[in-house]
Design a protein around this ligand. Structure first.
Ligand SMILES: C[S@@+](CC[C@H](N)C(=O)[O-])C[C@H]1O[C@@H](n2cnc3c(N)ncnc32)[C@H](O)[C@@H]1O
Length: 373
C-alpha cells in the first residue's frame, strides 16, 4: 500500500485558507506540489517558425498566443540547435499565462519597462505582444543580469538592459512608460510544482517579507507610468498576501490606478478578489501556477520624456557578454537558486534587505562606454 507523504504544516494551512470547504481541491493542490508531475513546456518563437516544425506540438490553450507552441513534457527544446541560434525562448506555460495580460494592451510602439526582468521571459513576451518603440529590461542582481543579457543576445531582442534599483529607475524615468511589467520576486511556491525544492517558501515570515518588497517595487512601478500607462503585476507564487492582497493594496494606495479586465482570462478569475485578477493552479496540469493582473493609470496630465543620455550611460546590452547555453527559464536559469540568496535574515524583521540590490562591484562598470543598439 502506498502511503501519501504528510502535508507540511504551512502548506496545509495555505490549502485550507484557499479552499476551506473543498477537501478534494486541497488534496489535488498539495499533491501537485508534493508529488510533482512533468509539465508541458512553452516555446516563444523569436524568429520565423521553420517548416517542418522540429517538435510535435500539443493543442493550443485558449490564452496561448499564436507565436507560442506548447510541447509535451518529454520534449527538450533547450537542447535543440535552433535554441542556441535564438529561434525561440523556452518558458513554463505559467509564464505564458501570466504574460497574457499584455495581449489586452493596445498602444502603438509603447515604451515598456520590464522592472524585474531576468532571465528574460516576460521581456520576450512583451517584445512579441507589444512591438515596443523602446523596451527596457531591468534586473538588479548582478549574476542574473548576465543571464538576461545572454538571452537577449541569443534571441536578438532589440532594446536596453540595465541593472538598477527600481527606486533609481523611478527617479530617472518617472512618468515615461506606457507599460511597466512587475514579474515580482516572490516566495516562489510554484517551484515545488516543477520539482525544485524551496524550503521555507510557505513560512508566514518569508511570505510577509516578500509581500513588503513587492509593495516597494510596485510603488516605484507606479511612478514610472505615464498618464494612461499600464502596469502588469504577476507572481509565480500561491499565497494570497503576495497576490490578491497586493492588488487590494494598489487599489487602496493608488486611487488613480484602475484594474483592467482581460476577457481572455475570464475563466481564471480569482475568487479571492473583487477586482479582475487571474490564477493558474498546478493541479490543472497547465503550468506550475501563476497570478496575474493588469492596471491602468487613469489620470490626465503631461508625460515626461525619456532621459536618453542617462539611458545610454547605463545601457548594458551593447557590452560583450558570454553566451550561456540553455540559460532561459526551463534551461536552468529560473530563480530557484537566487531565491536562496534573497532570503530574509533569520531575525524577525520582515523588511526587505539591501541584499536585493547590486553591490558596488556588481554594478555596471563606470556607466560609460555603452551605446544604444
Ligand atoms: C520572478 S523573477 C523574474 C522572471 C522574469 N520576469 C522572466 O519572466 O524571466 C524576479 C526577478 O526579480 C529580481 N529582483 C529581486 N529583487 C528585486 C528588486 N528589489 N527589484 C527588482 N527586481 C528584483 C530577481 O533577481 C529576479 O530576477
Amino acid at each position: 500500500m502506498v502511503v501519501a507523504a504528510p502535508v507540511p504544516r504551512f502548506l496545509a494551512k495555505l490549502a485550507n485558507q484557499l479552499w476551506p470547504d473543498d477537501g478534494e481541491t486541497q488534496t489535488r493542490f498539495t499533491q501537485a506540489l508534493l508529488d510533482p508531475q512533468p509539465l508541458p513546456t512553452g516555446i516563444a518563437w523569436c524568429r520565423p517558425r521553420p517548416e517542418p516544425l522540429p517538435f510535435p506540438v500539443l493543442p493550443a490553450l485558449t490564452w496561448q498566443p499564436s507565436w507560442v507552441d506548447r510541447l509535451a513534457p518529454d520534449v527538450q527544446p533547450g537542447r535543440h540547435p535552433l535554441h542556441n541560434r535564438g529561434y525561440y525562448y523556452c518558458l513554463d506555460m505559467s509564464s505564458v499565462f501570466a504574460g497574457a495580460v499584455l495581449g489586452a494592451i493596445a498602444v502603438a510602439q509603447p515604451v515598456v519597462i520590464d522592472l524585474c526582468a531576468a532571465p528574460g521571459g516576460k521581456s520576450v513576451l512583451a517584445w512579441r505582444y507589444l512591438q515596443p518603440g523602446l523596451l527596457i529590461a531591468n534586473e538588479p542582481i548582478g549574476k542574473r543580469v548576465r543571464t538576461l543579457l545572454s538571452n537577449w543576445r541569443r534571441c536578438r531582442i532589440p532594446g536596453v538592459v540595465v541593472q538598477q534599483d527600481p527606486a533609481t529607475l523611478a527617479q530617472r524615468l518617472a512618468h515615461t512608460a506606457d507599460v511597466v511589467i512587475v514579474d515580482a520576486p516572490c516566495s516562489g511556491q510554484s517551484l515545488l510544482a516543477k520539482g525544485v525544492k524551496n524550503p521555507g517558501c510557505f513560512h508566514p515570515r518569508i511570505v510577509r517579507w516578500n509581500r513588503q518588497r513587492q509593495r516597494k517595487i510596485l510603488a516605484h512601478a507606479v511612478q514610472l507610468l505615464k498618464p494612461g500607462g499600464y502596469l502588469a503585476y504577476m507572481t509565480c507564487t500561491y499565497s494570497l498576501e503576495e497576490n490578491e492582497a497586493n492588488g487590494q493594496w494598489l487599489l487602496t494606495h493608488f486611487p488613480d490606478l484602475q484594474p483592467i479586465a482581460v476577457p481572455l482570462l475570464a475563466a481564471y478569475q480569482s475568487p479571492w478578489a473583487d477586482f479582475p485578477c487571474y490564477r493558474l493552479w498546478p493541479q490543472t496540469g497547465e503550468g506550475a501556477g501563476a497570478f496575474t493582473c493588469l492596471w491602468q493609470l487613469q489620470l490626465a496630465g503631461p508625460e515626461a520624456q525619456v532621459d536618453w543620455e542617462w539611458l545610454q550611460q547605463v545601457n548594458m546590452s551593447a557590452a560583450p557578454v558570454e553566451i550561456q547555453i540553455n540559460s532561459d527559464e526551463t534551461g536552468g536559469g529560473e530563480n530557484a537558486h537566487d531565491k536562496v540568496k534573497d532570503r530574509p535574515p533569520d531575525g524577525d524583521s520582515n523588511e526587505p534587505s539591501t541584499d536585493d540590490f547590486p553591490s558596488a562591484d556588481e554594478s555596471p562598470a563606470g556607466g560609460g562606454g555603452h551605446v544604444l543598439e
